[in-house]
Design a protein around this ligand. Structure first.
Ligand code: BDR
Ligand code: CA
Length: 332
């Protein structure tokens, strides 16, 4: 099979950077552009980090577009505790001649979806603001995508920002709701699987003795940025760093690494305690109510049509092997 034309929508971010590197090192994918959205850090830093990561990988020719600098209606929540103030764990970025293109992210997404109609893949690993704006700009956009892999949400586990919500959906619930109602062929790679895709601290410690002095530039950079991420994840009580965004890339490159079910997903936009929750209908059924004057009555059952493939299982060891091999993160 020829390499899949793919756009990454990122809020770079340490795991976004790792996802970009994995995509660029995956022969199954051809990265045709990267669109940026505010999330883990503000948009200016996301752009700077994205250009820097592409330069580390020797991929300065990939077009980088600027997108939304805030969610559709809410205040932006950045995450410097996990990613560092610069979003990249304080690791210096190389000088780069690469520049952001003039075309705004949403317009670029719509144009590329037309140019590669039925063939373009989009891996969205930040708040879904840019993707929602593209859906609004061109109603045909979502159905022109071959596949939209979204890192976000949680079907059967707690959120990571609030008990209800995962960070990307928490940051822009209204955008996530637009995307899940858009008719796109969505695969949701949420916390159910990404929290089981841990880069364990003990594996990192094995690299500590060998990697800094050797390895290629990509391996050294990946190793450097993971240190900050790991510290924060250990402080959060995990045994390693969840490779949230790289798993979304891997789910496109090698779909057999995840197992998913077609399910209906809605995103909560109104709850005070639950904003950004992905409400996944695991049972496949809801009660149908009819008004009876002063009350409602359950009169039957309905089966909402699935709008998403929800990843529920992950092949952890093969995924970690793929990630480490492709990024050169291997001990002697
Ligand atoms: C997601 O939130 C961001 O902080 C990460 O980059 C990832 O996309 C995990 O909840
Ligand atoms: Ca991200």
């Amino acid at each position: 099979m020829s390499a899949l034309p793919t756009v990454l929508d990122v809020d770079t971010g340490i795991d976004d950077a790792l996802a970009l590197l994995l995509a660029l090192r995956s022969p199954e994918l051809r990265v045709v552009a990267v669109t940026c959205v505010a999330g883990n850090v503000t948009l200016d830093r996301v752009l700077r980090n994205t250009l820097g990561v592409l330069t580390v990988a020797g991929a300065e020719e990939v077009a980088v577009a600027a997108g939304a600098d805030r969610p559709l209606v809410r205040r932006l929540t950045t995450a410097t505790f996990f990613h560092g103030v610069d979003g990249i764990g304080g690791v210096p970025l190389p000088d780069t001649g690469a520049r952001v293109v003039d075309e705004p992210a949403a317009a670029l997404l719509c144009r590329m979806a037309r140019e590669h109609a039925g063939e373009l893949n989009l891996v969205a690993v930040g708040p879904l603001t840019n993707v929602a704006l593209a859906c609004r700009l061109d109603a045909g956009f979502p159905r022109r995508l071959r596949r939209l892999v979204v890192m976000g949400g949680a079907a059967g586990v707690a959120g990571n920002v609030t008990p209800a919500a995962e960070a990307n959906f928490f940051n822009d619930p209204e955008a996530a709701a637009v995307v899940f109602q858009s008719g796109a062929a969505v695969t949701m790679v949420g916390l159910d699987v990404t929290l089981r895709a841990l880069f364990e601290a003990k594996r990192y410690r094995l690299l500590r003795d060998v990697l800094p002095g050797r390895g290629d530039a990509v391996a050294r950079f990946a190793y450097g940025i993971m240190e900050r991420y790991l510290e924060a994840d250990l402080a959060a009580g995990l045994e390693g760093s969840p490779l949230h965004d790289p798993l979304a890339v891997a789910a496109l490159a090698q779909p057999s690494l995840i197992r998913s079910r077609p399910l209906h997903v809605a995103v909560e936009t109104e709850g005070r305690l639950t904003a950004g929750q992905s409400v996944v209908n695991l049972a496949g059924v809801v009660e149908r109510l009819e008004s009876r004057g002063d009350h409602d009555d359950v009169v039957g059952l309905t089966h909402p049509a699935p709008n998403c493939e929800v990843a529920l299982e992950v092949e952890t060891a093969p995924f970690i092997d793929l990630f480490c091999t492709r990024l050169g993160l291997l001990p002697d």
